[in-house]
Design a protein around this ligand. Structure first.
Ligand code: XMP
Length: 319
């Protein structure tokens, strides 16, 4: 019979058979896939697993702390939290080209992870939260003509370089099944049902160079926007919603003074798989409420616009 608890049992046995008494490293991203993979592997082999969370400083408000405390306090899974924000932000400060930003983040991620792996030492296995659609996609695209729209940031390339064997306990699952498995393993609904978040994080929601100041402004606006979405009961109707901070300043008026501050764009789409998407048809009252709160509560933003582009021709992220 095919139930999640039966899958969990079989997966645990498979992991034990593959790993034996070896040691496993897992790169946690804070996303659902790598979290579920790590929790399952920990159930199978306990402290033979070490999780490494490379914190690039490009996460949303409180997100890094939530990941760390969930693993350490709730699951008791040892976690190495590498705070590499200075390194990432420093490298992205003067860089405006979207592809260069993505590649820089990918390269630094591998650098930091390899450094940490060397420090920990002795792991023969690398765990990844690869899903079935990832497996198909990489097969069906090989050989055929392909156009790279965006370089995706993940841990691909790491295993060969580091001469490690892969442990991929989610390879047979689709996203909704991973969510069900996450619930089976005790992950809170709120975590399991989260919108997708890209590996390069907020860096690709800040067209132009990345600075700490811009990251702070974007984090605040994004948190308010998502808070309004949850309050309106819309979170689960939307595939993905987020704020983008534009490198454009416009004139406004506040009290009896002139302001000259940044524009914030709001994005929300419906989608089945992220390959195509439609903009979400909010009612105008909702947009007005979110915009008013952002402008009143976030210093540095004095204008809010809504992105009504579908995919194609737009992509979901702005970079
Ligand atoms: P686009 O912008 O290409 O995004 O329409 C499609 C989906 O992919 C996510 N995305 C990423 N996810 N690493 C990821 O893990 C990445 O580099 C990356 N870039 C985009 C995006 O958030 C959307 O869900």
């Amino acid at each position: 019979d095919w139930t999640m608890s039966a899958y969990r049992q079989r997966a645990v046995e498979k992991i034990r058979a593959q790993v034996g008494s070896g040691r496993v490293l897992c790169a946690l991203s804070g996303g659902v896939d790598s979290s579920v993979a790590a929790i399952l592997i920990h159930e199978a082999i306990g402290d033979q697993l070490t999780c490494v969370f490379v914190d690039h400083g490009l996460m949303r408000l409180n997100e890094a702390d939530e990941v760390v405390s969930m693993f350490r306090d709730h699951y008791n899974i040892p976690l190495v939290h590498v705070n590499a924000a200075d390194k990432f932000i420093g490298a992205l400060e003067g860089e405006a080209d979207p592809e260069t930003k993505r590649k820089t983040i990918g390269r630094l991620f591998i650098e930091v992870f390899e450094e940490e792996a060397a420090r920990i030492g002795g792991a023969q296995f690398l765990a990844q939260g690869t899903l079935y659609p990832d497996v198909i996609e990489s097969v069906s695209f090989s050989g055929g003509p392909s156009v790279t729209i965006k370089s995706h940031h993940n841990v691909g390339g790491l295993p060969e370089r580091m001469n490690m064997q892969l442990v991929e306990p989610l390879r047979e699952l689709f996203k909704d099944e991973v969510r069900a498995l996450g619930r089976e393993l005790g992950l809170p609904d709120r975590f399991v049902g989260r919108h997708p978040f890209p590996g390069p994080g907020l860096a690709i929601r800040l067209p132009g160079g990345v600075t700490r100041e811009k990251l702070d402004i974007l984090r605040k606006a994004d948190a308010i926007y998502l808070d309004e979405i949850r309050k309106a009961g819309l979170y689960d109707k939307i595939w993905q919603a987020f704020a983008v901070l534009l490198p454009v300043q416009t004139v406004g008026v506040m009290g009896d003074g002139r302001t000259y501050e940044f524009v914030c764009a709001l994005r929300a789409v419906t989608s089945v798989d992220g390959m195509t998407a439609d903009f979400f048809p909010y009612d105008m009252n909702f947009l007005g409420r979110a915009a008013t709160r952002i402008i009143n509560e976030v210093r540095g933003i004095n204008r809010v616009v809504y992105d009504v582009t579908s995919k194609p021709p737009g992509t979901i992220e702005w970079e």
